[in-house]
Ligand binder design. Structure first.
Ligand code: 5AD
Ligand code: SF4
Length: 444
């Protein structure tokens, strides 16, 4: 979502004469769009600011200036402290007020101290943003939902992004059509809790994510639809059914479970058990047998015992994931779990993370190996590292490298998958290399 937000910030600033530069050295303004989800991500901001300080000083010595802005969830959570700790920062703006950037930039030019805006305004920023005019390539993000009301006890999102909000269906459709008119073939619908989407439709009634996806599937030339991230409790029957019925909806689902232990899930306030999760997975696989499943895991949540961790490994073995993200629990200020007495020692967290990742990597490698010999439609997104090579994505979100002409960029063509590694596949063009597919071959 920060990638999407950064694009919108660039859209907002373009009428003021700003355009993107390749490096900070060339920039009149640098915006760090930040993440507060784990301590490591948040700390990175201060080291980046340390790198920018001499550049700003050089500019000033030469009679110019460089405006330094911090946006995103670290700005939201640490705004005032950041203004004190890092005087190099001119502007601090939270994720719900960046539509005010033009005005804030003007204020920052006039002011000597840092300008701060970390409100949660009553109006939605989306009502003030211009529609996206551009996309970096044929696969684009589109925010449809933001914030979260779930309050998992480890998570800062409900505090930094704020309460759950869904954009109106009409606005999403306009933005989607504009992106498709600009050459986009694949949209990933974004939200911290995207499958809780309940935006108002044209008649004012709340639509579900499944309804929104079905409406998007009517847009000609929008060949692929994905969405992320989902909560197991909001994985409703109509959304599961859409996976079996809407051919543009790609056979990939990121559905975080976090832990396989019921005691830990309860302490996390996830409001589902391991078995609830497994039953959802069964339903999803019944609707779309070839679906690639992805997940997030936290190891070392306060109170996690060896037996709890063993339950997580057991769940992973039962599901068999195509890919996954896993993290050591990171205590976040202000969240209930951060003050629990039973924090797990760092060493134990590290050992559990490496055991977990070994298992998940083996599953991901096996998933990719099982693709060898298949033909699949690949959407070519960008040039590969080697000359004459393009990189694209399979329906299952695997990165696929193919020797192919640049003219195929932005197109979907049929590829035979010939070689597999943990993070990518090598493929060869199979069709005439020019056919754009709008259907997916369902492989059981
Ligand atoms: N510590 C570690 N991982 C976290 N996540 C969220 N909060 C924390 C935390 N405090 C992980 C969860 C979530 C993903 C986006 O980040 O797994 O699904
Ligand atoms: Fe955070 Fe996701 Fe839980 Fe919401 S559902 S509190 S975003 S982990």
């Amino acid at each position: 979502m920060n990638v999407y937000d950064s694009g919108r910030m660039a859209d907002l600033l373009a009428p003021l004469g700003y355009e993107e530069t390749g490096t900070p050295e060339m920039a009149d303004m640098v915006i760090l769009n930040t993440c507060h989800i784990r301590e490591k991500a948040a700390e990175k901001v201060y080291s980046e600011l340390g790198r920018l300080r001499p550049l700003k000083e050089e500019r000033r010595a030469a009679g110019g200036d460089m405006l330094i802005a911090v946006a995103g969830c670290v700005a939201q959570a640490e705004g005032e402290e950041m203004a004190r700790r890092a005087p190099v920062v001119d502007l601090i703006v939270g994720p719900q007020t960046y539509h005010r950037l033009p005005e804030l930039v003007a204020q920052a030019h006039r002011s000597t101290g840092a300008v701060l805006d970390t409100d949660f305004p009553a109006e939605s920023k989306f009502d003030h943003l211009p529609y996206t005019q551009r996309s970096e390539g044929p696969a684009a993000f589109l925010s449809v939902q933001e914030g979260c009301d779930k309050f998992c006890t480890f998570c800062v999102v409900p505090y930094t992004r704020g309460a759950e909000f869904s954009r109106p269906v009409g606005d999403v459709l306009i933005e989607a059509r504009r992106l498709v008119d600009g050459g986009v073939r694949e949209l990933t619908l974004l939200g911290q809790n995207v499958n809780a989407y309940h935006g108002p439709g044209p008649a004012g009634d709340a639509w579900t994510l499944a309804g929104l996806i079905r409406a998007l599937a009517e847009i000609p030339s929008l060949d692929r639809i994905r969405y992320t991230t989902s909560h197991p409790r909001d994985m409703s029957d109509d959304l599961i059914a859409a996976h079996g019925e809407v051919e543009q909806l790609m056979p990939y689902l990121h559905l975080p479970v976090q832990s396989g232990s019921d005691a830990i899930l309860k302490a996390m306030n996830r409001r589902h058990t391991a078995d609830d999760y497994l039953r959802k997975i069964e339903k999803i696989r019944a609707a779309r047998p070839d679906i690639a499943l992805s997940c997030d895991f936290i190891v070392g949540f306060p109170g996690e015992s060896d037996a709890d961790f063993a339950d997580t490994l057991k769940l992973i073995n039962t599901v068999n994931f195509a890919s996954a993200f896993s993290f050591k629990y990171s205590a976040r200020p202000g969240t209930p779990a951060s003050t629990a007495g039973s924090q797990v020692p760092e060493q134990v967290k590290s050992e559990r993370l490496s055991a977990l990742q070994q298992l998940l990597t083996a599953q991901q490698t096996a998933f990719n190996h099982a693709s060898i010999g298949r033909t699949a439609p690949v959407l070519f997104e960008k040039a590969g590292r080697q000359p004459g090579q393009l990189i694209g994505r399979s329906p299952w979100l695997q990165a696929v490298f193919v020797d192919a002409d640049d003219s195929l960029l932005g197109n979907i063509t049929e590829v035979t998958l010939v070689k597999a590694q943990t993070n990518s596949l090598a493929g060869e063009l199979t069709g005439d290399g020019k056919i754009r597919w709008s259907t997916v071959d369902k492989v059981a």
